[in-house]
Design a protein around this ligand. Structure first.
Ligand SMILES: Cc1cc2nc3c(=O)[nH]c(=O)nc-3n(C[C@H](O)[C@H](O)[C@H](O)COP(=O)(O)O)c2cc1C
Length: 170
């Protein structure tokens, strides 16, 4: 298993240290390197480092409080102008978001995925907070920063979830 896969955990507390610009670029490069349906690349990103906007984002839903503690948050957005068939873009953005998280780990940073899409209420709050044009749909908010917390590896492999040739409930 890749070390970054083992070491990535959702970390919700950050120390007061800013994230270097070159690391943010590497993270975004990785996010944009993800596979996407027919190579549609239906994503856009907003880097948020303004304390007031971070505070507003931390209130968009009850499990977003950690965003206020982070030096940056990257909003992952879907671009409707690049959407193909219904549902495909969500898979594309999932792949991109996971790349983003893994690269953050690779850069020695802690991160946490905050869910936005498909909850309309949360989607609308993020749209207003980030002043988004109508073609952009907020998908996820990723808080990123340095931490003092240890990333504990938990082995989640479960043989019972693996089947060969046909599904068998054993
Ligand atoms: C689609 C999605 C939405 C999530 N939403 C939130 C969230 O709103 N707030 C939060 O603190 N964690 C959120 N998480 C993180 C999960 O709680 C976390 O990934 C899960 O508990 C497994 O822990 P790990 O990431 O440390 O391996 C989300 C993860 C995913 C994939």
């Amino acid at each position: 298993m890749l070390d970054v896969i083992k070491n990535r955990r959702s970390i919700r507390s950050y120390i007061d240290k800013s994230v270097e610009e070159n690391k943010i670029i590497e993270i975004l490069k990785s996010a944009m390197q993800a596979p996407s349906s027919k190579n549609s690349q239906p994503w856009e990103f907003v880097i948020v480092d303004d304390k007031e906007i971070l505070s507003q984002l931390s209130k968009v839903q009850h499990r977003a409080k950690h965003i206020k503690e982070a030096p940056i948050c990257i909003a992952v957005l879907g671009n409707k102008n690049r959407f193909l068939k219904a549902g495909k873009w969500m898979q594309d953005l999932g792949a991109s978001t996971e790349n983003l998280l893994l690269e953050a780990t690779n850069q020695g940073l802690a991160s946490c995925w905050t869910g936005v899409f498909p909850k309309n209420k949360v989607v609308n709050k993020v749209k207003i907070t980030l002043d988004l044009p109508g073609n952009l749909v907020p998908y996820a908010l990723i808080s990123i920063g340095y931490t003092n917390e240890e990333n504990e590896y938990i082995d989640r492999f479960d043989k019972k979830k693996v089947h060969r040739n046909r599904f068998k409930n054993t």
